[in-house]
Write a protein that binds this ligand. Sequence first.
Ligand code: MG
Length: 287
Amino acid sequence: MKLMTYQYDGRTRIGVVVEGAVVDVTAVAPDMISLIELGGGGLAQARQLAVAAANPIPLAEVKLLAPIPVPRRNVMCLGWNYAEHAAESAATKGLSIKELPQFPIIFTKATTSVTGPYDDIPFDAAVSTHIDWEAEMAVIIGQPGKNIPRAQAMRHVFGYTVLNDLSARDLQRNHKQFFKGKSLDGHCPIGPWIVTADELPNPHHLPISCRVNGQIKQESNTAHMIFNIPEIIAQLSRGMTLLPGDIIATGTPSGVGFARTPPQYLQPGDVVACEVAGIGRIRNQIG
Ligand code: MG
């Protein structure tokens, strides 16, 4: 199923996408995190409503929000999880990658950075002029867990979505740690929906891309992640409980703006589109 959060008739609802329309399943749970917490039973009820397809509303008539518009804690992110991106990033510092890392780089984005799949991205030149794109597949956690073994990890995945880990490179550089430069308001568009895990039995072979004004900037495949999803979940959950609705961005492939010669950054009016085949596409205008 494709599950989305949307506004219609002045209310925020959750729904199932059925052939270009949305079927309201807010009767099952008031919001996406509550639906995720219901587990398989909640999904079964949502599926029943979707099959009955009562009063579907065309997607064009609703406003899509991020599937989880207000996460209960920060979005967790992997840095340098594609070898070619690790190499291009290291090269900007005159370094080369000699061997693959043993542990993933992990940072977070503030909950207030989350925005809808088609929303405009705030731009304030007094804050940052070095806004960069990062197309990523994100994993949504379902069943909570701590010290999850790799072999059990996929049982904790509720589904998948698309995320643009927009990054203010000047702030990232000035403040040393990633948090500030990754957390500007509205700089984490997510969506357009969550594809449930049962619909995507192998998330490790999906084409992933980013286009700016229609021009391809990133083009890779989730097969090239250094740490795959079971490894990510095993490492993140070591001594730290993962909760239903946690969002984990799995890293971006090569082709980001700051590593280009000369560097390229997003300008007001630019349109940035991130797509993961089999999940969907988000599209946001800057400014
Ligand atoms: Mg990233």
